[in-house]
Design a protein around this ligand. Structure first.
Ligand code: CTP
Ligand code: MG
Length: 170
C-alpha cells in the first residue's frame, strides 16, 4: 500500500472517529439519570453493567458526537451527521460491552482492564461504521490509529483524574 493511500485512510478514520471520541469522553463530564442496567444483576449475582454506565452519559455522548458531526459537516462540505450518529452509538455500545465483560470476569466498576478500557469505543465505532454506514478503512491504518487512540485515552484520562473528574487515572 502506498503512503498517500495510507495517509488518506488515516485522515478518513480521524474524520469519522472524532465524533466517537467525543461521544466516549463526554459522559465523564455529563452523566446522571438512572444506570442503564437500572441496578439489575446478571445471573452471576453481579451488576449487568454497573453504576458507571448511566442513561445521562449515554444521551450526552450521542448528542456531543452529533454536534461534532455537525461541525465537521460544515468543514468537509458534506453531510456526515448520519455517520457521526452511527459512530457515536457504536462507541457507547462498545463501552457498554466492555463494562459487561468486566463485570462478568468479576472486575468492579472502575477497575482497570488494559487495552479494553482504551479501545472498546474505537472498536465499537469501527464495527458500527462498517455495518450501518458502509465505511471500510485500510486495516493497517486502523491499527495505526488504535495506537494513537490508546495514547490519547491514557493522556486524557490521566488529565481527567488530575482535574478530579475521574477517581482513577485509567
Ligand atoms: N459514564 C456514564 N454513562 C456511560 C458511560 C460513562 O455515566 N454510558 C460516566 C460514568 O460516570 C463513568 C465515567 O463516565 O464512571 C467514565 O466511564 P468509564 O471509564 O468507561 O467507566 P468506569 O467508571 O471505569 O466503569 P467500568 O468499570 O464499567 O468501565
Ligand atoms: Mg472504564
Amino acid at each position: 500500500m502506498d503512503l498517500v493511500n495510507f495517509g488518506y485512510n488515516l485522515l478518513s478514520i480521524f474524520v469519522f472517529i472524532l465524533p466517537a471520541m467525543v461521544a466516549n469522553g463526554t459522559p465523564v463530564i455529563i452523566h446522571g439519570l438512572p444506570p442503564i442496567d437500572m441496578g439489575k444483576k446478571w445471573r452471576d449475582g453481579r451488576r449487568i453493567f454497573g453504576d458507571g454506565k448511566t442513561w445521562g452519559g449515554f444521551l450526552s455522548g450521542i448528542i456531543a458526537g452529533l454536534i461534532i458531526g455537525g461541525i465537521e459537516s460544515l468543514i468537509v462540505w458534506h453531510n456526515i451527521l448520519f455517520d457521526s450518529l452511527i459512530a457515536s452509538i457504536g462507541a457507547l455500545l462498545g463501552d457498554l460491552t466492555a463494562s459487561f465483560i468486566k463485570r462478568r470476569i468479576g472486575l468492579e466498576r472502575g477497575a482497570p482492564a488494559p487495552l479494553l478500557d482504551q479501545l472498546d469505543f474505537y472498536i465499537g465505532a469501527l464495527i458500527f461504521l462498517y455495518l450501518f454506514a458502509g465505511k471500510v478503512f485500510n486495516l493497517y491504518a486502523e491499527l495505526a490509529f488504535a495506537v494513537i487512540i490508546y495514547a490519547l485515552h491514557r493522556l486524557t484520562n490521566y488529565t481527567a483524574y488530575k482535574l478530579k473528574l475521574k477517581s482513577v487515572p485509567w
